[in-house]
Design a protein around this ligand. Structure first.
Ligand code: NAD
Length: 340
């Protein structure tokens, strides 16, 4: 195979501002096709990014033998059905988060990838952020001692989805700010804990800022195996947050570390010290380099037959926590995530 031939599903923000930018002049991949149900935005996207083929019918794109892999940047309700359709047609898939509307759909995605023997990667891009990777490494090195608490924020300040858009339509989105933003924090906590399994969730969710039928505010406490407590805050339209999306903290018996901005507090030769490790300057909150690293990993996994990380199972753990959190918010009870 020369260059990996990629098809783009959807013409929205995630493809236009992120995925397609990471694929521009990529040495190992080229975008050969794009699909969307709305022909107008499809035409504009193809013209702006020089994409030779367009499809308004996903089945036709799936049947195109000259596409090796696709990026599913469609609304959440189309993640499972279209990803399965593409896998069954022999394409590898990078699917946006959340991987599906619920756990049952997520399981179907994994089964489809296994049957088709194709790669399935879920776009939990914070795993590719330099600071988050640094935090994971600091925790794994033992410098912080035994980790007992981790926290992560996923709050969109001042703004959020437009009322009436698919993001705030329950059957299209599957959930509100917790599903859209909080899912990043859920995955980030599992990632920095080295893949620790979530055991139990207690959550609150509510709608305070706009007249929408989904949550714009959520807080969840997650018990991880080994007794580590995880806390996440998710929100849209908020006016204040202790930290923005990606702000993540780890508390250990010997030290503390956080990112955005990175800081390490620990004892060095018996002296308590606070250091701010040098990190590459961010151009924006959700910085392009992490999307680039995510795309490079997806391409590398296909070309060199490696298992993507985060793969389907990682996506499914996030879905399990999400589903348990919504159930908890509804019942007022702590909910088992489903792992014993
Ligand atoms: N990881 C990230 O940083 C990140 C950021 C933004 C979005 N996302 C994810 O990417 C996916 C797409 O988000 P987006 O911001 O690009 O969305 P968007 O609204 O900008 O684009 C959605 C695309 O899907 C098409 N579409 C199909 N059915 C639709 C429907 N019923 N209503 C509206 N549009 C429909 C639209 O025409 C458009 O091409 C979502 O799953 C979202 O969670 C991830």
């Amino acid at each position: 195979m020369n260059k990996l031939r990629i098809g783009i599903l959807g013409t929205g923000v995630i493809n236009r501002d992120f995925h397609l930018v990471t694929l521009r002049n990529h040495p190992q991949a080229e975008v050969v096709a794009a699909a969307n149900h709305r022909p107008e935005s499809l035409k504009r996207l193809a013209a702006d990014f020089n994409i030779p083929k367009t499809y308004t019918n996903f089945a036709e794109m799936a049947a195109d033998p000259d596409i090796d892999a696709v990026i599913n940047g469609l609304p959440n309700y189309l993640h499972a059905p279209v990803t399965i359709q593409m896998l069954e047609a022999g394409k590898h898939v990078l699917c946006e988060k959340p991987m599906a509307l619920n756990v049952a759909e997520g399981e179907q995605l994994i089964a489809a990838a296994q049957r088709a023997k194709r790669k399935l990667m879920i776009a939990h891009m914070w795993r590719f952020d330099r600071e988050i990777v640094w935090l994971r490494d600091v925790m794994a090195s033992g410098q912080l001692g035994r980790i007992f608490k981790v926290k992560s924020h996923a709050i969109w300040l001042f703004d959020g989805p437009r009322p009436g858009s698919w993001f705030v339509t329950p059957e299209f989105a599957g959930g509100g700010a917790l599903a859209d933003m909080g899912i990043h924090s859920i995955d980030t906590l599992r990632f920095i804990l080295g893949g620790a399994r979530p055991v139990k969730v207690f959550a609150h969710a509510g709608t305070f800022f706009r007249d929408i039928p989904l949550d714009d505010t959520a807080t969840a406490m997650i018990e991880f195996e080994g007794g580590v407590t995880g806390l996440i805050e998710a929100g849209w339209y908020h006016l204040y947050a202790d930290g923005l999306e990606g702000y993540t903290q780890a508390y250990g018996t010997k030290g503390y570390a956080r990112v955005l901005p990175a800081q390490l507090q620990t004892s060095i030769e018996g002296i308590w010290s606070v250091t701010q490790p040098e990190m590459p300057k961010r151009q924006q909150q959700c910085d392009l380099p992490m999307y680039q690293a995510q795309m490079d990993h997806f391409i590398d996994c296909i070309l060199n037959d490696k298992e993507p990380s985060p793969g389907g199972e990682d996506g499914l753990w996030a879905m399990r926590v999400l589903e348990a959190a919504y159930r908890s918010a509804k019942t007022g009870e702590a909910v088992d995530v489903g792992w014993k």
